[in-house]
Design a protein around this ligand. Structure first.
Ligand SMILES: Nc1ncnc2c1ncn2[C@@H]1O[C@H](COP(=O)(O)OP(=O)(O)OP(=O)(O)O)[C@@H](O)[C@H]1O
Ligand SMILES: [Mg+2]
Length: 505
């Protein structure tokens, strides 16, 4: 027995709200431990205590068998603990190099050793198989690249314990493979890892043991071999679940005029000659690898990015969309991929965020009416089963997955023609994903045309009437979702093919 960390009766409250209740948790040196639980179960709170980000309300921590107080993130780092945070902590204005060495700059003869730092950074990049130039400002990087910088930074500290809170949400399959290799090599060096994820396949790939949390308490600790995905979902939910998930119910009406026609849309360097048609009540899945151009295409339809060529028709009529405001006025909505920068104002109250797109409907005698705003938000909270103690708290106080649901809640009150979901289930727990799928289906049932993007092909198959395959900025195939499997989609995406049958319907 070689115990690295031991938490004893840890409790955490935010004001009157108890979030962690008597948590006992211990780690052996050299193990990879999954920490699982539904959105809001307390996972991030627990690891923030271990990482010195927030103090526990009561309870003891032991490191290497000795009582320890971890008073700040820097203190945690000195004690050999690094965290890859769920909400990335890199600073956008600084370069990759500056972020990488922040607070631990290398010096030579008392001055900053930039050359040394560049060399060390490049070594780590090539060791880990990531390719990110050191001089770029982080704000110019995609979310995936920011996530990689964060991973490299944590791993390069040579810590004994590395905590990863949903590290793969933006990574491509190749980048995930890199990360798993890194985890294997860390383990070979007897390092210890806590791995938080809602992607259970990943957990089976890299973890030795599993701890499940429910409502701020530990349900139990299990060797991975004793569990399967279904059992984990049951432990997370605290009840026995029926096997399988709901079937998709189609509301598509192909006899009507298409709601949306996209013709030869192009954006130099991003996507080319994209054409498809979307009917009332139809859900069109977008399948493709991360980086295939799916987000870029829908951002152009929403007016958030310019396109260089092409035409968009709404209800059969040409429609000029130059900005998101134009799009919203025309009844086109987008639930964006990156909630932190595009979806939410974290400093504002939950109800303010939820109602921001529906302010006209929240007025009484031309004045914003708080009661209306609160009512709207309460309904959304119930519909999407959002875990929240008080909707007048700031959005920042919600768990990651529940923040994502607020982004969806913003659109519930809008009268829409088209709604685009871009990776809406990122960070959403296994069970709550069904809430998102059924929300998409409820919009479709009202005649709204829906585009659904997900890197998880199972999800695309679960909700779509038809599926378009996108590869390197080109739409390569459109298929009806009949008897299709993940393998079929993978095959289409990986084996480039030219459009068959003249494209979309
Ligand atoms: N600063 C805060 N103020 C008030 N409540 C908070 C605060 N931080 C977290 N909470 C609450 O603590 C609970 C646990 O949140 P936590 O972020 O630990 O969940 P999680 O298990 O990481 O969920 P997710 O899978 O969605 O990331 C949530 O109900 C959340 O609203
Ligand atoms: Mg979390």
């Amino acid at each position: 027995m070689n115990k690295l960390l031991s938490l004893k009766k840890i409790c955490k409250s935010f004001g009157p709200v108890g979030v962690l209740k008597n948590v006992d948790f211990s780690l052996e040196r050299g193990e990879v431990r999954a920490l699982l639980g539904a959105n809001g179960a307390g996972k991030s709170t627990l690891i923030k205590i271990i990482g010195g980000v927030i103090p526990q309300t009561s309870g003891e921590i032991e490191l290497n068998g000795q009582p320890a107080q971890i008073v700040s993130p820097i203190d945690a780092q000195r004690k050999g603990i690094s965290i890859i945070h769920q909400e990335l902590s890199v600073i956008p204005q600084l370069t990759v190099l500056e972020n990488f060495f922040l607070g631990r700059e290398m010096t030579k003869n008392g001055v900053l050793d930039k050359k040394g730092m560049i060399q060390r950074y490049n070594e780590i990049c090539s060791e880990m198989g990531f390719d990110i130039p050191w001089r770029v400002r982080v704000r110019e990087l995609s979310i995936a690249k920011r996530q990689m910088v964060e991973i490299m930074k944590a791993v390069s500290c040579d810590s004994e314990l590395i905590i990863m809170d949903e590290p793969t949400t933006s990574l491509t399959d190749n980048e995930k493979k890199n990360l798993f290799q890194i985890i294997h090599s860390l383990k070979a060096k007897n390092k210890t890892i806590i791995y938080i994820s809602h992607m259970l396949e990943e957990v089976f790939e890299v973890c030795d043991n599993v701890t499940v949390m429910l409502g701020g308490e530990i349900v139990g600790n299990y060797p991975i071999g004793e569990l399967d995905q279904h059992r984990i979902a049951e432990l997370m939910a605290g009840e026995t679940l029926a096997v399988g998930h709901d079937q998709h119910v189609s509301h598509a009406d192909y006899s009507k005029t298409p709601v949306l026609e996209v013709k030869n849309l192009s954006h130099a360097g991003k996507f080319q000659d994209v054409s498809f048609t979307l009917y009332p009540g139809e859900i069109l899945g977008f399948a493709g690898l991360v980086g295939a151009g799916r987000s870029e295409i829908v951002r152009s339809i929403f007016g958030a990015d310019r396109c260089t060529d092409g035409e968009i028709l709404l209800d059969g009529k040409p429609c000029a969309i130059h900005s998101p405001a134009d799009a919203i006025r025309n009844g086109i909505g987008l639930i964006p991929e990156d909630r932190k920068t595009q979806g939410l104002v974290l400093k504002q109250e939950i109800y303010k965020n939820a109602t921001i797109l529906s302010l006209d409907a929240m007025k009484k005698n031309h004045m914003l009416n708080k009661k209306k705003e609160l009512d709207y938000t309460e309904k959304a909270v119930e519909k999407l089963t959002i875990k929240v103690s008080d909707i007048q708290n700031r959005v920042r106080s919600l768990s990651g997955g529940n923040q994502q649901k607020i982004v969806v809640a913003k659109w519930l009150g809008k009268d829409l023609r088209v709604l685009i979901f871009d990776e809406p289930t990122k960070g959403i727990d296994v069970r709550a994903k069904e809430d998102i799928f059924s929300t998409a289906e409820q919009f479709a049932a009202k005649g709204v045309a829906v585009i659904f993007i997900s890197s998880d092909l199972e999800e695309v198959l679960r909700v779509s009437d038809r599926i378009v395959m996108i590869h390197s900025g080109k739409l390569i195939k459109v298929r009806k979702n009949e008897n299709l499997t993940v393998a079929d989609l993978m095959n289409d995406i990986l084996v480039k093919q030219t459009i068959e049958d003249g494209g979309a319907k």
